[in-house]
Design a protein around this ligand. Structure first.
Ligand code: ZN
Length: 221
């Protein structure tokens, strides 16, 4: 997928050697940087800092958050297309609901109705997850041959607790909790634990979000 990008954007992380910038509709990344932080910065640049996407209230330092439009619990990863500024109150209330569900939730009047609607949504979403992979737009996700990735995964940095959790999830649902995220030239941003498990079970063809308008320029220094 092509992620939404601002026309102009420059981001640096721990010194000028690690940077990202937009040029002619492409996001170039040089050196190594913090993926989530980069995506949050892109989202704020696109959507602004000042208004809650859901209720329209003004945002200040003490109530400003970024919400995952498709929740993390249903496979939503951090992309500028999946992040919007939201007040703490909306973010807390939306939790595991999708955008469409949350809009309906906001239209309900009594707190009992709201509570029941929320529980129904979670139940419904769980059922969908049991049947298919993720609650994400289908054109975001493709099947990807992970053996073509260019950056080697530093497996020594894997978190054993995370791995165990992932393994349990996979054994239960028979798929991964979210797609991996890679650049157009095969650089892995998200999903090293998934990749490790995929290799372990000898299945390198895994769901991925390929960022077609993002190119990683390898830092050789
Ligand atoms: Zn709000």
């Amino acid at each position: 997928m092509n992620i939404r990008l601002p026309e102009q954007f420059i981001y640096t992380y721990r010194g000028p050697n690690n940077c990202a910038y937009v040029q002619n509709g492409i996001l170039y990344i040089e050196g190594s940087l913090h993926y989530e932080d980069l995506m949050y910065n892109l989202a704020y640049k696109l959507h602004g800092y000042n208004t809650c996407y859901y209720c329209g209230k003004s945002l200040f330092q003490n109530n400003r958050t970024l919400d995952h439009i498709y929740p993390r619990s249903w496979g939503g990863v951090s992309l500028p297309d999946n992040l919007c500024p939201a007040c703490k109150n909306c973010n807390n209330r939306k939790t595991d609901m999708t955008l469409y569900q949350f809009k309906r939730y906001l239209d309900l009047h009594s707190s009992e109705e709201k509570q029941q609607f929320y529980l129904d949504c979670v139940k419904k979403n769980k059922k969908i997850i049991e049947k298919q992979d993720f609650i994400l737009p289908s054109d975001w996700v493709t099947l990807y041959d992970a053996s073509t990735l260019i950056n080697l995964i530093p497996f020594k940095y894997l978190d054993p607790t995370k791995l165990k959790k992932l393994e349990n999830y996979y054994n239960y649902y028979k798929h991964f909790p979210h797609p991996i995220v890679v650049s157009s030239n095969g650089w892995l941003f998200k999903g090293k634990h998934i990749l490790y498990h995929a290799r372990k079970i000898n299945n390198p063809i895994i769901p991925a979000i390929v960022l077609e308008n993002v190119i990683v320029i390898k830092n050789t220094s």
